[in-house]
Design a protein around this ligand. Sequence first.
Ligand code: ATP
Ligand code: MG
Ligand code: FE
Length: 336
Amino acid sequence: KILLAIESSCDETSVAVIEDGRKILSNIVASQVKSHQRFGGVVPEVASRHHVEEITMCIEDALVEAGIEPNGLSGVGVTYGPGLVGALLIGISAAKAFAWSHDLPLIPVNHMAGHIYAANFVEPLQFPLMALLVSGGHTELVYMKETGSFEIIGETRDDAAGEAYDKVGRVLGLSYPSGKEIDELAHLGQDTYHFPRAMLKEDNYDFSFSGLKSSFINTVHNAEQRDEQLSTKDLAASFQASVIDVLVDKTIRACQEYPIKQLVMAGGVAANRGLRDRLTEAVKKELPEVTFIVPPLRLCGDNAAMIGAAAFVEAEKGHFADYHLNADPSLSFMTI
Ligand code: ATP
Ligand code: MG
Ligand code: FE
């Protein structure tokens, strides 16, 4: 089964052709990051306009690179939420038009399920599994008893991890999005500031990153007022150590409580080198019977390949949409 997959929930326009949910025949990603950088974040209206300009070429390129004609496809998967409503609607409209003109079924995909299913390109998912979803808009622990079933057992009470990275990066004068650069700086510094590890000792799987963010910003502002010079590398290392400590500790605890075969880490922040290394180590030590899977870097950020992987699962279950499919900006796992 070969599917066309379309992703446009935020600031990348992406189209992929995926075979049986596991083989990437093509995965075109057009990033708009340069257009949003000067605003220090994604501007929804700008994102929508870029998607309109890019989407047709991305579909074209994805088909050419895969060497496939529309009549070789058996469906069109598309992200319908969560994300920016205007951005989602461009992808949905393109998917509907393509599906209609080639008489193909339309498969609705949850963007966050897509992030998890990106791991399928590394190794077939085996259930039950635990997923640590860490991205620009979400930070949650999701227990999957079986394929297509999602139970959020813990989540952030305020900022997402990626959001915290981007806000802290702004204070350091880094350009948006700053997760990758902070990760690189962190490897050159030391945890000298000992920022708080929020909710680390609490008996739940929730997270909080706004206290860490405030503490970081106060440290920087106080130093500025006193004309003190702070080490950017140490600030980055201290911030990252705090984020990683909490994410790793809670994830390991969740995996000890729930019976699982695999642990998946996914989402843009899963590209973080420090986090990948620390979680790999912790799983080896604490959960020797659990397989830890994390997608390659290019499949951690937003892309349509992961949407194609999730669409395959949805199609197998007979989950299709009609032409009334609408964007659902705050789609959560409950509605799947
Ligand atoms: P969501 O998936 O929740 O809807 P999103 O799609 O905007 O949000 P992603 O594209 O999955 O988010 O991830 C983008 C985020 O990942 C940004 O906040 C970015 O700073 C962060 N990020 C990317 N690389 C790294 C890294 N190496 N370390 C930390 N954060 C990173
Ligand atoms: Mg993005
Ligand atoms: Fe995402």
